[in-house]
Design a binder for this molecule. Structure first.
Ligand SMILES: Nc1ncnc2c1ncn2[C@@H]1O[C@H](COP(=O)(O)OP(=O)(O)OP(=O)(O)O)[C@@H](O)[C@H]1O
Ligand SMILES: [Mg+2]
Length: 270
């Protein structure tokens, strides 16, 4: 993989998207760099990264700890700024928006799921799911909300508060919240990182169903080859750069590929 060619899933797709390759991408980064600190403390978190995320696909991002995965997600979701390069959500260039427009775009077009579920403890599951839209003064689309609630499998838990739910159920509420506004793309940063394997599997199958059945676009950072195997494509990250991609991953193939990346150095391995 050279630095100049975008890392995108080619695959057999193209259905429903047609048009130019850019239209088939829900989000893309062009030659983005992100540097933290300065002088001796300088860290190049993203080093000239060009990457495209296909619409209607489930993409996993993997790589050693400290390789820049979270930074990439934050920069592509408009939660953090880049030092150079351009970021697009659909055809809108994030890196040209003022704060007000960026906030609106993030609210309307982007969903985010964090490792810590970040639910409001005093609100019920349903109130948590609709909170971003309530704040924005928007009415949820009832049919869509029904679809999300059914896919998330929490219809009988909607009146429960987070403390009355299991970890997996709480994270499914967080996923439903990210999907409720029908965003163009959902970024999930280690969504199963705090879950046991059974709860993790619940969340993964929900994310996969949201792509397969609701035609959402999901990008997920994970350290777990089994979790990555749920995706349509894995993008491997090392030292602030994309180093490889793997369509139709299996846990075995992913594990094998990760060994190669970690033995080349890069960030610490955990
Ligand atoms: N706010 C910050 N200030 C300074 N350095 C930072 C900041 N955020 C991240 N970094 C550094 O940038 C690099 C990339 O961090 P990032 O969090 O993107 O890695 P990651 O791949 O998500 O790692 P992990 O798998 O451990 O979550 C690391 O060296 C990190 O220490
Ligand atoms: Mg991270």
């Amino acid at each position: 993989m050279t630095n100049t060619s975008p890392v995108t899933a080619e695959g057999s797709g193209g259905e429903a998207t047609g048009g130019s390759p850019a239209e088939a991408l829900a989000a893309r980064a062009e030659a983005i760099s992100k540097i933290y600190g300065s002088g001796d403390a300088e860290v190049v978190a993203l080093d000239d990264v060009t990457v495209g995320l296909r619409r209607g696909r489930f993409t996993a991002i993997m790589g050693p700890s400290g390789s820049g995965k979270s930074t990439l997600m934050h920069c592509m979701a408009g939660l953090d700024s880049v030092d150079s390069g351009r970021v697009f959500i659909g055809e809108v260039e994030l890196t040209r928006l003022d704060d007000r427009r960026l906030t609106r775009l993030r609210r309307d077009k982007v969903g985010f799921v964090f490792q810590a579920f970040n639910l409001v403890p005093t609100l019920t599951a349903l109130e948590n799911i609709t909170l971003p839209m309530d704040i924005a003064g928007r009415r949820p689309d009832r049919d869509w909300l029904d679809t999300v609630v059914d896919t998330v499998g929490l219809r009988d838990r909607l009146r429960h508060r987070p403390a009355e739910l299991s970890g997996g159920q709480q994270q499914r509420v967080a996923c439903a919240r990210a999907l409720a506004s029908r965003p163009d793309i959902v970024f999930a940063d280690e969504p199963t990182g705090n879950l046991d394997s059974r709860s993790g599997a619940e969340v993964l199958s929900f994310l996969r169903d949201s792509v397969r059945e609701m035609r959402q676009t999901v990008v997920m950072v994970t350290h777990d080859p089994v979790a990555a195997a749920h995706s349509d494509e894995v993008i491997f990250f090392g030292d602030g750069r994309t180093v490889d991609r793997m369509p139709d991953p299996t846990a075995e193939k992913v594990l094998e590929r990760m060994k190669g990346i970690e033995s080349h150095g890069g960030g610490g391995v955990r």
